[in-house]
Ligand binder design. Sequence first.
Ligand code: AHR
Length: 632
Amino acid sequence: LRVDINQIKGKVNPAMWGLFFEDINMGADGGLYAELIKNRSFEFFRPLMGWNVLGKAQEGALLVLNRQEQQAANPRFLRVNTERSGAEGMGLSNEGFRGMGIKEGLRYDFSVMYRQRKPGITLKLELVDSAGRVIGQGRWQPRGDGQGWQKQSASFQATATHPRARLNIWFEGAGEIDLDMISLFPADTWKGRPGGLRADMVQLLADMQPGFLRFPGGCIVEGFDLSQRFQWKKTVGPIEDRQQLINRWNFEFRHRPTPDYFQTFGLGFFEYFQLAEDIGAEPLPILNCGMACQFNSAEVVPMDRLDEYVQDALDLIAFANGDISSPWGKLRAEMGHPEPFNLKMLGVGNENWGPQYIERLAVFQKAINEQYPEIAIVASSGTDPSGERFDYLNSELRKMQVDIIDEHYYRHPDWFFENASRYDDYDRNGPKIFAGEYAAQSVRIASPDNKNNWLTALAEAAFLTGVERNADVVTLASYAPLFGHIDGWQWTPDLIWVDNLQAYGTPNYYVQKLYATNKGTHIVPVTAGGKPLTGHQGLYASAVVDGNAGEVIVKVVNRNGDSETVVLDVPGIRRMPATATCIVLQSDNLDRMNTIDQPLAVSPKTETVEINGKRPQFELKPYSFTVIKIKR
Ligand code: AHR
């Protein structure tokens, strides 16, 4: 292999390798968002979904009331009257999201919004395991006698670890009280933020050193119909004022006829921006373009009513970047971030297509360019990587000179192996490409039986050599979806799997991570016999130099079941160092997967390899992805 380190082919966008986040597979509620109470404000499809009555509740002792006129965003609350309940007491038990993951010795923060009607009720709190044993106890006593709504917390420690606990709330004493936003959070959230995110899940993201974070999806941006589209303005401000929405993925839950997957938006747009900042990623929000999900619905907003959607986009830029004296900048500051979030890119539409999309996008483009010419617009090229629909969109988007085109491909591993040269001849003068959603599908597209096995990861690694080789045109890349909850998913494969207590990266995760953490600064050619290596004799390769670290980084995939030896010829290096670093991701078994019990079964191993002579040899293991790093 010849690596011509002085023939720079282009720059690598430092933000190139990033993350696609969507609340699918319990990614947010029941996942990243660490709230343990399901249906905390009684807004689910059935008001008491997730809750079970304990003891004997007399008629009318537990009522859900609705104040739609005063509080449209959070209309329901619970009224508890214990005056007529029997001696055995009365309570409510919350089941959590497929149970609650509870850790021994950890502090749990319970909070509730309440309004006293007849003072006298206190709450006894009990975490119980699936055998009914109490594994944590606390007491909550309202401080004020006042009539207005107020919030109050109580903390207690868990005495045991359990993956599927529940919280019992016993109402003690005689009186009447109104309750809303009943909440329980672990103390070990990311950065210890109250009401924050699951630290283990964020850590896996941070470890990837992602360049960008795309949010909030995905199809949830579009919604089944426009009334259920994602509206960012309803996800910011005090959490009790954020209007919940049924999750569009709810209906894909198998064997769960009752919809219980909602978006509470505790993880809302402010928190997404904050998360992006925390992990060093550029924020990349995607907004609805005035079209519902075209797989489910033909609903589009009439052109003369598109203004509201366009205004949402303009206001979002103001929310992210505006001065704190502006209304949206002020809200950001009130939420705790006076500094701008430095938004540079904005997506308009997710997997939308047809002339209806082009027509609507043009209105967004004009308005954004006029007011915020510095913001790059990311446009969708639908769902197909080729074909008539793709060709139409591609040519229209190029005519419109959008900044970045978002391409998606969920395909068989063979497609990934065969398309490593996809971008070799792409037009360099037009828009850049965002490989916005991709994943090799082991069985077939969108099959629930797809696996995150080594074959899929190896196929992606091979394909991504082509993405890296063409990093001058492919400016952003992200695998999708990001998270899957073992007990509640709709889509496989996924980059990271979690249960209520643990999280692990798949082999696919480690492929992404190796690209992101060895991205270099400039692309250089790596050739065999004068040609790029795009599958010839089962080998794939790309190379970059890292101007900051003074390194040459060569990535090679060996798709063969046997070891292969490659000889590296790097004419630009005058004196080869004594050693190179090789990071190897490999398994002899293409069906191998990582699991909760064996999270590192397929994970990178770093070796220091001695270099003998000017043209060093490297052995590539069977079915392997190797990153070779040489100091220049
Ligand atoms: O990643 C899962 C889904 O796949 C996304 O929501 C959508 O954009 C694509 O079809």
